[in-house]
Structures are given as structure tokens and as C-alpha cells.
Design a protein around this ligand. Structure first.
Ligand code: CMC
Length: 431
């Protein structure tokens, strides 16, 4: 019997089985041979929300949730945040290695030359109401891009795939900024090739009547860091949506639209918006203990937004870095008055038995919104600010999935607990 195996005895039949263990997992399909009788379907696992199921093999992002470690392609997130920029990190995520100078120049040039969106897309945008949520607009516009680039369907062609990847990464800030300007009734500010990726996004967001927008270098650098920290996070809800939808061989615009939909939810990328609304609702530092009490007594109905994580059972390393970065931003913008409430929430929660016992720590969304708000972004843009940088993570994971020979169309099983077969009853005969 191999040491790298699991022995199972089925007490229904008394039969024993030996299943190989590979990378700390057993194959769920190996359980299928465990049957109570010859016509039995075979054993399955039951894992709602995939809390203990690996859905893929990946070489992109590593998380150790107990130690609070996050690496992209082996590089610690803190080192990338300190030394890299978003486009270089995006290249790393997609290609597996940091680019040489020549590769970086060609890559950023390619991105810069794909930032413009088809003029007709603006007509889609103006069809939305003035108060439409920018995440809803972004989701719709990204999905609509599949009709502008019908060749994107040819997902098995690596060159074609790369073209769509460049387009998506390049156009996302333009679509996001245009959605914002629609809600505030301002003329669209077009991309300007003189700026870097984040600087260009800032000018498209905030340019007024000046001929040339001046980007504050501290705020531009802060945005680069925030984008690096949000670029990928292995098999989270939106990435699983991207992989799941992409596994049916949808084009990348449709799959990214689905990923944006998953990110929009308040338990995922919508949490940064909810944190801000929660802080505004609490209103003052003095009211924090009462709010914490409400959370604890609600039986899970009221949550401390920006706290807790499926994988991290320690301080989220992204939150740690963002907290440090906040001081530099506040030196330029002035201190966000909501910071005091956030700090008090964190102070009380980290010593409260309820949060300690459940290993609930601040996550990436707890402090990011305070920075975004200080920079002048409206609160409903926060999830959009998550979607822009996460696009590269979705696309890197999507490409990895397409090239993985072990992957197929995603299709989970179910435990059926409904009625057995029964006959149709005419409406007049029903009680
Ligand atoms: N406030 C209060 N209680 C919480 C919180 C919270 N933020 N998060 C979890 N709990 C409690 C939960 O009620 C449960 O308690 P009990 O054991 O008594 O039933 C326990 O902790 C475990 O929670 P869970 O819901 O089973 O944990 P999960 O792994 O399914 O959920 C989570 C993870 C992130 C959805 C959850 O922690 C949460 O809702 N947090 C608030 C929303 C949030 O900040 N989301 C952003 C996540 S990080 C960015 C991203 O990747 O999207």
C-alpha cells in the first residue's frame, strides 16, 4: 500500500478501497467506484459553496490564509506593490514572468493603443438613466463589446485571445470613466496617450475644462498600488464565474461580463461600497460599540462589512498594505473623517471574542474605500475600481483554464431531495 494514498472502508458493504493522494487532494471521481450495490451511482462529495474543493490546478496566485501570504507567480504582493506598477504586474500574471524592458515597452504600447472605445458604445451608455449604478453600466458595456468583436469567439486561437485580452485591459478604464461621467452629466474625456495606465484613468475621470489634466503623482502611485493589490486572488467568486462561464467556450467579453456580475455583490467586490455606507451610517466613533453589539446580536444578519474572508484567517495582507498607503494619500487630500470610525471598529473588533473566535480580520475592502473617497471617487464607483484591475486576473485564469487539458465544461452534481415521479393532475382536480 502506497504511503501517498487514502484507505477507505465502506461500512455498508465492508469493502475497502485505496485512493491515491496527489497534491494533498483525492480525485472526487475516484469516489465513484465506491458503490453500495452494482446499480448504485457511486459516492459523490457534498460541498456547497466549494469550501473544501479544488476546482483546478493553477500556477498564478498563491494564498496561505493562515499566515496571511499572497504571491503572484511567486512574487510577494508587498514587493510588487513597492516596486512594480499595474501594467508590469498584469504582464506577470498573464505570462508567468516579469517582462524585460523591451517586453514591457511593447506591452504598455499595445495597451495604450487600445484604450479608445467604438463611438457607438457611447450610445449604449446614454440609454442608461442618470442614476444608473456604474457597475451595472460597466457589466452591460463589457458584455456588449462581444458584438463589436465577433472574432473573439475563436478562443482556441492564441493570437486572437491575446488581442481580446489587450482590448479588455485597455478599455476597462475608459468604459468605467465614461460610466461615471454619464451619471454626473459631464462630457466624456477621451484617453490621452501621454499618461500611464492609472494617470490616464484619473484624467478621464476628473478632467474639467483644462487643456491638459495634471495628475498628482502621489495619487497616481496610490492607484497603481491599489490596482496591483486587486489584480488577482485565485479562485474567488468572480474568478470562478469567469472560469465557469468560459468553460462553455463563451467569448471573453461575455465571460468577463459574468465575472463583473459576480464581483458586484456586497459579499465580494461590492463590499468596499458597503463599508463606506456602513461608516457613514454609524456616523461617529462613539456609536461604534453599539454597532458592534448589533452585529453580534443579529445572528449573522448584520455584518461588519470589510471584515472576514473565506481563505484568510489572519490579517489580509492587502488590507495591511492599504492601511499604510492611506497615510500618504491623506497627506495630499486631507484625512478622511471616516477613518476614525474605521480605526475604532477595527480596534474593538480585534479584541472582541465574537470576532477573535471566528478569526474575522479586516479584508482588502475595509480601508480601500476611505482612500478612494479621499481621492474624489464617488462611493458607487468603488466596485468598478475593483473590477478594472481584477480584469487581468480573470483573463489570466481564463487562459489557464482554456489551456488545461483536464478542464471541461463546468457542471456540478446535485443531491436531489424533491418529489419522486408523479402524474400530472388537471387544474380542476387539484385540492
Ligand atoms: N461580520 C460579522 N460576522 C461575520 C462576518 C462579518 N463581516 N463575516 C463572517 N461572520 C461570521 C458569520 O456570521 C459566521 O458566524 P457563525 O459561525 O456564528 O454562523 C462565521 O463568521 C463564518 O462566516 P461565513 O459566512 O460562514 O464565512 P464565509 O467564508 O462563508 O464568508 C465572507 C466570507 C467574506 C463572505 C464573510 O466574511 C462576509 O460576509 N464578510 C463581509 C463582506 C465582505 O467584507 N466581503 C469582502 C470579502 S474580501 C474581498 C473579496 O475578495 O471580495
Amino acid at each position: 500500500m502506497s504511503n501517498n494514498s487514502l484507505s477507505i472502508t465502506d461500512n455498508r458493504t465492508g469493502k475497502s478501497y485505496e485512493l491515491p493522494i496527489e497534491n494533498g487532494t483525492i480525485k472526487a471521481l475516484d469516489l465513484r467506484k465506491i458503490k453500495a450495490s452494482d446499480d448504485d451511482f457511486g459516492l459523490m462529495t457534498y460541498d456547497p459553496a466549494f469550501t473544501n474543493t479544488a476546482s483546478c490546478k493553477s500556477r498564478i496566485t498563491f494564498i496561505d490564509g493562515d499566515k496571511g501570504v499572497l504571491n503572484y507567480r511567486g512574487y510577494p504582493i508587498e514587493e510588487l506593490a513597492q516596486h512594480s506598477n499595474y501594467l508590469e504586474t498584469a504582464y506577470l500574471l498573464l505570462n508567468g514572468e516579469l517582462p524585460t524592458k523591451g517586453q514591457y515597452d511593447a506591452w504598455s504600447d499595445d495597451i495604450i493603443h487600445h484604450t479608445i472605445i467604438h463611438e457607438n458604445v457611447k450610445n449604449l451608455l446614454v440609454a442608461f438613466r442618470y442614476d444608473a449604478h456604474p457597475m451595472g453600466m460597466l457589466m452591460s458595456m463589457v458584455s456588449a463589446l462581444s458584438t463589436y468583436y465577433p472574432e473573439a469567439k475563436h478562443i482556441q486561437d492564441p493570437g486572437n485571445r491575446r488581442k481580446q485580452i489587450v482590448r479588455l485591459i485597455a478599455k476597462m478604464p475608459t468604459l468605467a470613466a465614461f460610466a461615471h461621467r454619464h451619471t454626473v452629466g459631464m462630457p466624456f474625456a477621451y484617453p490621452d496617450n501621454d499618461f500611464g495606465y492609472c494617470g490616464n484613468f484619473l484624467q478621464m475621470m476628473f478632467k474639467m475644462t483644462e487643456v491638459k489634466f495634471k495628475v498628482n503623482p502621489v495619487l497616481e502611485r496610490a492607484l497603481e498600488i491599489l490596482f496591483i493589490l486587486h489584480a488577482d486572488h485565485e479562485q474567488n467568486c468572480s474568478t470562478s464565474a469567469m472560469r465557469g462561464v468560459g468553460s462553455s467556450e463563451s467569448d471573453p467579453y461575455s465571460s468577463t461580463g459574468a465575472a463583473i456580475a459576480a464581483l458586484y455583490g456586497p459579499l465580494h467586490g461590492g463590499a468596499n461600497e458597503q463599508v463606506l455606507r456602513m461608516l457613514q451610517e454609524i456616523g461617529s466613533k462613539e456609536k461604534v460599540p453599539a454597532f458592534i453589539k448589533e452585529v453580534k446580536e443579529s445572528g449573522g444578519d448584520v455584518r461588519l462589512m470589510g471584515f472576514g474572508h473565506r481563505v484568510y484567517k489572519n490579517y489580509d495582507p492587502r488590507a495591511k498594505y492599504i492601511k499604510q498607503c492611506a497615510d500618504q494619500v491623506f497627506e495630499v487630500t486631507g484625512r478622511n473623517p471616516l477613518l476614525d470610525i474605521a480605526l475604532e471598529l477595527e480596534r474593538i473588533a480585534l479584541q472582541d471574542e465574537y470576532f477573535v473566535k471566528r478569526k474575522l480580520y479586516p479584508n482588502v475592502d475595509f480601508y480601500s474605500g476611505l482612500i478612494y473617497q479621499a481621492m474624489g471617487f464617488p462611493v458607487d464607483m468603488f466596485p468598478v475600481l475593483f473590477a478594472i484591475p481584477r480584469t487581468v486576473g480573470w483573463l489570466a485564469q481564463w487562459e489557464e483554464m482554456l489551456q488545461d487539458k483536464e478542464q471541461k465544461i463546468a457542471r456540478p452534481r446535485q443531491i436531489f431531495l424533491g418529489h419522486e415521479r408523479r402524474g400530472y393532475v388537471p387544474i380542476g382536480a387539484r385540492s
